[in-house]
Design a protein around this ligand. Structure first.
Ligand SMILES: Cc1ncc(COP(=O)(O)O)c(C=O)c1O
Length: 438
C-alpha cells in the first residue's frame, strides 16, 4: 500500500520560505547520532545540532527512556503553589554547573520565554529594592533574543522588528561588534572592539544610570551571524554595569551547555552576569524547556513580605513540566558521562583549522569561530541579498549536509559528539557548494 501524498497546505511554517519549501520540501523523518534521515531514506549529516540544541546528538537512549518513563509516571503537575521532585532536582543540578553564585533557577519553555522572564525579573528586582525608576532596557544591534515583544524590542535584527510596530518603549541599543575591516578571518576572539562596550557609558550619559535596569547581550551572537565578542569586550561591559548598578543579562540560549568549551560561555570568557537565559541544550532539544539562572542576591531581594504572598507574579503553565525535567536530568547525565560540556574546547583547534581553510574560496569575506560554532560570511549577490547563502544551504542539503544561514552568513554548530570526519565533511560540502555556485 502506498502512502498518500502529504497535504502541506494547512501548516504555516515558522521562519521559513513557505512557498519555496512546499515546492521542494525537505522532510526529516528520523534521527540518530550525527545524522537525520529524510523521507527518501537519505542520511543527512547534522551540521547545526538541529537548531543549536541537540548537543549530545540525536536519539540518546538515556534521554528517550527518561521521557517515556516520565510520561507514564507523572504526566503533568501544576507548577503554581505545587511542585514535583524532578523540578527541584534539575534546578539543583543546573546550579552545580552554572557560574559561581548563579544558583537560583526559574523554569520556562523556550528561549523567548526565558528572555521575557529575565527582563521582567530585572525590572521587578529594581522595583522591589525601591529603584522602580530603573525601567530602561538596553540591548544591542544585531542581537537575537527570541521573538516575543520584549526580546524583539531589545533585539537588533531589522527583519524581526520592522513589521511589529513600536515594540517596548524605553529601549536603547549598543552598537554591534561586527567589524570586518579590523577583524576579518580572526581565529577565536577578535583583537579589536573592546572599546565598543563604552557605548554603555554613552547611554548612561544620555539617559542617566538611574533609569537603566539592565543590559542584555548574547556572549556569542548566533542567529545574527556568529559574532564572537572582541577580547576584553564582555569584561568591560561587566565593569560599566557594576559601576552604575545596572544588571547584566547574558542570553546563553545558544552558548549554554558546552558550545564554547565550558558549560556556559560566561565561564569560557570569565565574566559572570547577574541573570542568564538558557534553553535548547537544556533538554538536548528533546522537550521544550528554558530557564533563567539568577544570582542568589537577586532572588533573595524578592523574598520579603508575609510568607503566604507570591513574591514574583510570573510563570507558565508548563514551567518545570515533568517531561522536560526528566529529559533535562537525563541530558545532564549524558553530557557528564560523555564529557560533552568541555569537548568543544578539545575539538575547536581542529575545527578552526578546517573552517579557516575556506578562506580564499569564492565569495568568502570572513571566517570566524569559537568552540564548536563557526561562521562563514559571503559577499551578497548583487540585488539579491541572502540568496547566495540560501543557495549554498540548498546545495549542501543536496550533498547530504544540513547547515544554517542567516543573511549571507553560513553557520555551523555541530552536535558536540562530532568526530573529525564529520567536521571535514561539513566544511567540504560548503567548499564544493561555493565552488560551483555563482
Ligand atoms: C540567543 C537566543 N535567545 C533566544 C532565542 C529564542 O529561543 P526560542 O526559539 O526557543 O524561543 C534564541 C533562538 O535561537 C537565541 O539564539
Amino acid at each position: 500500500m502506498s502512502t498518500p501524498p502529504l497535504d502541506m497546505d494547512a501548516y504555516w511554517m515558522p521562519f521559513t520560505a513557505n512557498r519555496q519549501f512546499k515546492k521542494s520540501p525537505r522532510l526529516l523523518t528520523r534521527a540518530d547520532g550525527m545524522f537525520f534521515t529524510d523521507d527518501h531514506g537519505r542520511q543527512v549529516l547534522d551540521g547545526i545540532a538541529g537548531l543549536w540544541c541537540v548537543n549530545a546528538g540525536h536519539n540518546r537512549p538515556r534521554i528517550v527512556k527518561a521521557i517515556q518513563e516520565q510520561a507514564a509516571e507523572l504526566d503533568f503537575a501544576p507548577p503554581f503553589q505545587m511542585g514535583h521532585p524532578k523540578a527541584f532536582e534539575l534546578a539543583s543540578r543546573l546550579a552545580e554547573i552554572a557560574p559561581a553564585g548563579m544558583n537560583k533557577v526559574f523554569f520556562t519553555n523556550s528561549g523567548s520565554e526565558s528572555v521575557e522572564t529575565a527582563l521582567k525579573m530585572a525590572l521587578a528586582y529594581h522595583r522591589v529594592r525601591g529603584e522602580g525608576q530603573r525601567t530602561r532596557l538596553i540591548g544591542r544591534e544585531r542581537g537575537y533574543h527570541g521573538v516575543n515583544f520584549g526580546g524583539v524590542s531589545v533585539g537588533g535584527m531589522v527583519a524581526n522588528r520592522k513589521m511589529f510596530g513600536t515594540l517596548l518603549s524605553g529601549v536603547d541599543h549598543l552598537r554591534h561588534t561586527h567589524d570586518l575591516a579590523r577583524n576579518a578571518f580572526s581565529v577565536g576572539q577578535p583583537a579589536h572592539g573592546a572599546e565598543l562596550a563604552d557605548d554603555l557609558e554613552r547611554m548612561v550619559a544620555l539617559h542617566d544610570a538611574s533609569t537603566i535596569a539592565a543590559v542584555i547581550v548574547e556572549p556569542v551572537s548566533g542567529s545574527s551571524g556568529v559574532l564572537i565578542p572582541p577580547q576584553g569586550y564582555l569584561q568591560r561591559l561587566r565593569e560599566i554595569c557594576d559601576k552604575h548598578g545596572i544588571l547584566l543579562i547574558f542570553d546563553e540560549v545558544i552558548t549554554g551547555f558546552g558550545r564554547t568549551g565550558h558549560p556556559f560561555a560566561a565561564q569560557t570568557f570569565g565574566v559572570t552576569p547577574d541573570l542568564m537565559t538558557i534553553a535548547k541544550g537544556l533538554t538536548n532539544g528533546c522537550v521544550p524547556m528554558g530557564a533563567v539562572l539568577a544570582k542568589q542576591s537577586i532572588h533573595d531581594t524578592f523574598m520579603n513580605g508575609p510568607d503566604h504572598l507570591i513574591e514574583f507574579f510570573h510563570g507558565y503553565t508548563y514551567s518545570g513540566h515533568p517531561l522536560a525535567c526528566a529529559a533535562g536530568l537525563a541530558t545532564l547525565d549524558t553530557y557528564a558521562e560523555d564529557g560533552l560540556l568541555t569537548r568543544a574546547g578539545e575539538l575547536q583547534g581542529y575545527f578552526a583549522e578546517q573552517l579557516h581553510s575556506l578562506r580564499g574560496e569564492p565569495h568568502v569575506i570572513d571566517v570566524r569561530n569559537i568552540g564548536l560554532v563557526g561562521g562563514v560570511e559571503l559577499t551578497p549577490r548583487a540585488g539579491e541579498p541572502t540568496k547566495r547563502a540560501f543557495d549554498t544551504f540548498l546545495d549542501c542539503w543536496e550533498q547530504g549536509v544540513l547547515i544554517r544561514t542567516t543573511g549571507d552568513i553560513l553557520a555551523l554548530s555541530p552536535p558536540l559528539i562530532a568526530g573529525r570526519e564529520h567536521l571535514d565533511r561539513m566544511v567540504d560540502a560548503i567548499r564544493t557548494a561555493l565552488r560551483r555556485l555563482a
